[in-house]
Design a binder for this molecule. Structure first.
Ligand SMILES: [Zn+2]
Length: 473
């Protein structure tokens, strides 16, 4: 690989991509409604000579961009959805909404998608200059947050024919490999009988009572599930705001997480039993619907080694004194326990060197695969079918948690952009390595087969189910 050539290709277009990322931050469109964000990326990719297929897998804001030909087929995955209720003024150091009640980019997906587009464009430019063969794809993937967009794209065969998928995620640290929990989002709808709560309570059967009893039951169940599983819920319909009417309908949405897809299936069944018990106690009926589901992310040893090599190769991110002063303001806002937790993780892998982490407002350390399973990510579904690499790049001050106003506030900053350029560089270098050495592609495929050990990917989303928003249309 000609490192200088690739670096210069990333460098020469970086201002354009910083601007695209900032615009997507401003659009802040939620799951499946990313019309302007996906359009902006498509326009740029078309201008750069990619062929675009819109609305893939029947999802209006999903698209595929393609260039080159033949094998191997290397795909970059990008996202652009924002989170509800996280509107925040850029660069503010206190919580201050930009537009009341609106969405905000609390997970950095404006950087995630744009960094992957930047990598795809750089690899296309490199292929042309170096005369390399192979196909480069970019997938615009909507609705990572809560809706598992990629799981629906997989069901629609969007990724068929890909040899390798490469992606990343903005974070507070550079980590070579992300890992994630399997997760099912299950909606429990209880139906009872309404009645006057004072004059004829004996005629009523309360759906809200059922929701409350189910939640109490699950809070007891929590004691008897493996410690690395997670249960949490939101009451999405309380059945009305009149206390004198027995609630005839109420709904609760559960996120049920476990380290592996198969563990989630059995945990969902246990939660279902609690729901049925609550229905029996209250003489109500319960409908159970799996709305979306995420598989756990399967790390790929071969791809991780390649990514780690490239992360170390390009780790000299040119932060300025101004960047450090900016990050310091947010570093001071970070939770002390969170910093301690980060330090503990870093120490486990880097020993003494980890001490340096605490002194820096932005982490410059490159961590090897840490194997920590925390949130859930629909890249997991892809990783069970196609060898996939997913690393994180520090785009926020050390200790900044995702899905917070602090992460939104830093989303257009110079440190966020530099984290994105670094990610684009690592993604592009990894793709070039793979295009130049197709034998590594085969090795990565063998790794995946070995890890899956005969297991076949099966999404928990029932066959024929559409994403919630598309069902309503
Ligand atoms: Zn995210």
């Amino acid at each position: 690989m000609n490192k200088e050539l690739l670096s210069s290709l990333i460098e020469e277009k970086k201002d354009i991509f910083a601007e695209i990322s900032d615009k997507i931050w401003e659009f802040a469109e939620p799951a499946f409604q990313e019309k302007k964000s996906s359009r902006l990326q498509m326009e740029k990719l078309r201008e750069e000579g990619f062929e675009i297929t819109e609305g893939i897998a029947g999802i209006p804001t999903a698209f595929k961009a393609s260039c080159g030909s033949g094998k191997p087929v290397i795909a970059f995955l990008g996202e652009y959805d924002a989170l509800p209720m996280l509107s925040q003024k850029a660069d503010a150091t206190k919580k201050e909404e930009e537009t009341a009640g609106s969405c905000g980019h609390g997970c950095g997906h404006q950087l995630l998608g744009t960094g992957s587009v930047q990598a795809a464009v750089a690899v296309k430019d490199y292929i042309e200059k170096a005369g390399l063969g192979g196909t480069v794809l970019y997938f615009g993937c909507p609705a990572e947050e809560g809706e598992a967009g990629k799981a629906f794209m997989l069901k629609g065969h969007a990724f068929d024919g890909c040899d390798i998928c490469l992606t990343w995620h903005p974070y507070t640290m550079h980590v070579c490999s992300m890992s994630s929990l399997a997760n099912a989002r299950v909606k429990y709808t209880f139906k009872g009988i309404s009645a006057h709560a004072a004059t004829s309570p004996h005629l009523g059967r309360s759906a809200l009572d059922a929701v409350e009893l189910m939640n109490v039951g699950c809070n007891y169940l929590r004691e008897h599930i493996p410690t690395d599983c997670r249960l949490h819920y939101a009451i999405t319909n309380t059945g009305g705001d009149a206390p004198n009417v027995v609630q005839a309908k109420a709904e609760v949405l559960y996120a049920i997480r476990a380290p592996r897809n198969t563990d989630t299936v059995s945990l969902v069944e246990r939660v279902n039993k609690v729901a049925r018990g609550a229905a029996m106690m209250t003489e109500t009926d319960v409908d159970i619907e799996i709305c979306s589901a995420y598989a756990d992310l399967i790390p790929n040893k071969t791809l991780n080694e390649l990514v780690l090599k490239n992360m170390n190769e390009f780790s000299n991110i040119p932060y300025t004194g101004e960047d450090m002063d900016y990050a310091k303001k947010y570093r001071e806002l970070a939770d002390a326990d969170e910093i301690r937790r980060i330090k503990g993780t870093a120490q486990k892998f880097l020993g003494e060197k980890a001490e340096a982490v605490l002194g820096q407002p932005v982490s410059k350390l490159i961590l090897p695969p840490v194997g920590l399973k925390q949130g859930s990510n629909d890249v997991g579904d892809v990783s069970q079918c196609i060898p996939t690499a997913c690393f994180s790049s520090a785009c926020f001050a050390l200790g900044t948690a995702l899905h917070t106003w602090q992460a939104v506030a830093q989303g257009k900053s110079s440190i966020a952009h530099k984290g994105m350029f670094f990610a684009a560089q690592v993604l592009a270098a990894t793709a070039v390595n793979l295009l130049e050495n197709p034998d590594i592609v085969e090795k990565a495929k063998a790794d995946l087969a070995e890890t899956m050990d005969g297991r076949r990917y099966e999404s928990m989303i029932p066959a024929g189910q559409k994403p919630a928003i598309l069902k309503e249309q």
